[in-house]
Design a protein. Structure first.
Length: 364
């Protein structure tokens, strides 16, 4: 199998309110919080009018998986770029904070010590990305001499990683290797996919440096795809598994978000009920078990087994792109009962703790 190539995509740029960020270093939730507490990370700033919009916003915030839109205080801090000279690559990430796809991108950028700015997108109106015909997040605006818009979390990661490893090609040329392709689903819905999105576009010498043997690259691509196609779809059904869990999540939204008294009460109770039923539809759509925790436990134990006992990470002594993808997806549950249960009933804690430590170390 070989990657495809295509013409360069058109350049796009946009502006919005931004916050400078570096590594977003969250305290280990399973050590600091009792089970059942709500998220300690957040998405979507500001309120909106109308109860239906509140619920809809919550449904959008996990990047198309009907997830949680939380408004909370962010811990933001700057750090210097570890791999590039200052100012050589300017990055702005448009995101929902609790979107697992956005979290993947942040994990990648933080691990590589790349400074970037965040624009938190309102999941209801999405005015912050009105400049873009692509209406999903994450979107990364990258300027390495000329402005480019990168869409899709896996494309963003593959393109930027290629740029870091190989300085032979411009970022614009690298992005052209990931062309968008329109396809139609079984239900007749038109969607956009991206060719080659799990490939790094490297020459033979560079490939051997990153992947000493072919099997290393095959393994990394397999598990990156697994994180997108399976793991991410386990988040919302587990977050909203019971009315209690759904209510705990929306209780945190009300306490930490900017809501009026009546608006807050509506969001807490109506939103929690709505998302509880949404989670049941997702459970049916993805053919999950009656107790969706079992699917989550099985998935993370499958990942731990793939990493094995003789490696710190799937990438060996340091995380590879699969490690960063899985970590990014799982950490959006931090502070929730689902996260605490996962830590208590699976073998993932040692690996997860190592990921936290290495990102903190390399991101500073």
């Amino acid at each position: 199998e070989r990657p495809l190539s295509a013409r360069p995509q058109p350049k796009m740029a946009g502006a919005g309110r931004v916050w400078r960020v570096g590594a977003l270093l969250l305290p280990p939730a399973w050590r600091l919080r009792a089970p059942g507490r709500a998220f300690g990370a957040a998405a979507g700033r500001g309120g909106s009018s109308g109860g239906g919009r509140l619920v809809l916003g919550a449904a959008f915030a996990l990047g198309g998986t009907a997830g949680l839109c939380l408004a909370a205080r962010q811990r933001l801090r700057e750090h210097s770029a570890a791999e590039l000279p200052a100012g050589s690559l300017q990055l702005t990430l448009y995101q929902y904070k609790t979107c697992p796809f956005c979290s993947k991108v942040r994990a990648f950028l933080d691990y590589h010590g790349l400074p970037y700015e965040i624009v938190e997108v309102n999941p209801i109106m999405r005015k912050e990305i009105k400049f873009s015909s692509y209406r999903k997040v994450p979107i990364l605006l990258a300027n390495a001499g000329s402005p480019l818009q990168l869409n899709d979390s896996s494309v963003i990661i593959s393109a930027i990683k290629t740029y870091l490893v190989s300085r032979r090609n411009s970022l614009e040329e690298i992005v052209s290797f990931y062309p968008p392709v329109k396809t139609v689903t079984e239900k007749g819905k038109e969607v956009v996919e991206y060719e080659n999105k799990y490939w790094l576009m490297l020459d033979e010498k560079e490939t051997k440096r990153v992947y000493p043997v072919k099997e290393v690259r095959v393994e990394e691509m397999k598990w990156r795809k697994w994180a997108d196609d399976w793991l991410v779809h386990l988040i919302s059904p587990n977050v909203y598994r019971t009315p209690k869990e759904a209510l705990a999540s929306f209780d945190y939204i009300v306490r930490e978000g900017k809501f009026g008294t009546l608006e807050g009460l509506f969001a807490k109770y109506v939103g929690a009920v709505a998302m509880f039923f949404v989670s049941k539809r997702l459970k049916k759509r993805h053919q999950l078990r009656d107790d969706v925790r079992e699917d989550l436990y099985e998935a993370v134990n499958e990942w731990v087994k793939a990493v094995g006992k003789n490696r710190l990470f799937m990438g060996g002594n340091q995380p590879n792109l699969a490690d960063l993808a899985v970590y990014g997806v799982l950490r959006v549950m931090e502070g929730l009962e689902a996260f605490d249960d996962m830590m208590a009933h699976t073998n993932i804690q040692p690996w997860y703790q190592r990921m936290e430590e290495v990102i903190e170390k390399t991101g500073v």
